[in-house]
Write a protein that binds this ligand. Structure first.
Ligand SMILES: Nc1ncnc2c1ncn2[C@@H]1O[C@H](COP(=O)(O)OP(=O)(O)O)[C@@H](O)[C@H]1O
Ligand SMILES: [Mg+2]
Length: 176
């Protein structure tokens, strides 16, 4: 059987924007279509592959590059790889784009006011109170992608609508 083309579907966006939610929905859809899928979720990676790393720029870059490296190994073996990490720095994302080739960037756009309002994990409250330092969007930078393949506006769309937009783009790009 001819091996299917691997790719890296790279979610980037603020904490609580919807990266994990959408990665699960897209993962389910890809599995339904018979694809081998792996999800590299930032929170999980920080518990194993990147355990001990801080949230300094240097450590964030190391963390994101590790995710990019693993994604590359998997994608070149036909796996549909989904990554869900904040990945706040444009330069590192663009480095991974060049290094990985089959790279589809999804900007999970949710204005910080909405993320603060939802506060899915209660982290914004702590960050605003100064209990968490170097928190993206509050006390640490987030650099939006300039040319993402897909932008989903999660404060205006349902998760299903956002996921459908991503699947359509993968079809358009001939990965599905
Ligand atoms: N269009 C959407 N896409 C993704 N999540 C959405 C959307 N609309 C609302 N949400 C909600 O936003 C929250 C996103 O949380 P989560 O996926 O954990 O964010 P992240 O992984 O980016 O930190 C969830 O509670 C989810 O139900
Ligand atoms: Mg998440």
């Amino acid at each position: 059987m001819c091996q299917q083309k691997g790719f890296t579907l790279w979610f980037t966006g603020l904490s609580g924007a919807g990266k994990s939610t959408l990665s699960k929905l897209v993962e389910d859809e890809l599995r339904k279509r018979g694809r081998n899928v792996e999800v590299l979720d930032g929170d999980e990676v920080r518990e194993n592959l990147s355990k001990g790393l801080s949230f300094s720029k240097e450590d964030r870059d190391i963390n994101v590059k590790r995710i990019g490296y693993v994604a590359k190994l998997l994608a070149r073996n036909g796996v549909a790889v989904i990554t869900a990490a904040i990945s706040p720095y444009r330069e590192v994302r663009d480095f991974i784009r060049e290094d990985n080739k089959d790279f589809v960037e999804v900007f999970v756009n949710c204005p910080v006011e909405h993320c603060i309002e939802k506060d899915v994990k209660g982290l914004y409250k702590k960050a605003i109170a100064g209990e968490i330092k170097e928190f993206t969007g509050i006390s640490d930078p987030y650099e939006e992608p300039l040319n993402p393949e897909v932008t989903v506006n999660t404060h205006q769309e349902t998760p299903e609508q956002s996921a459908a937009k991503i699947i359509s783009k993968l079809e358009e790009l001939k990965y599905l």
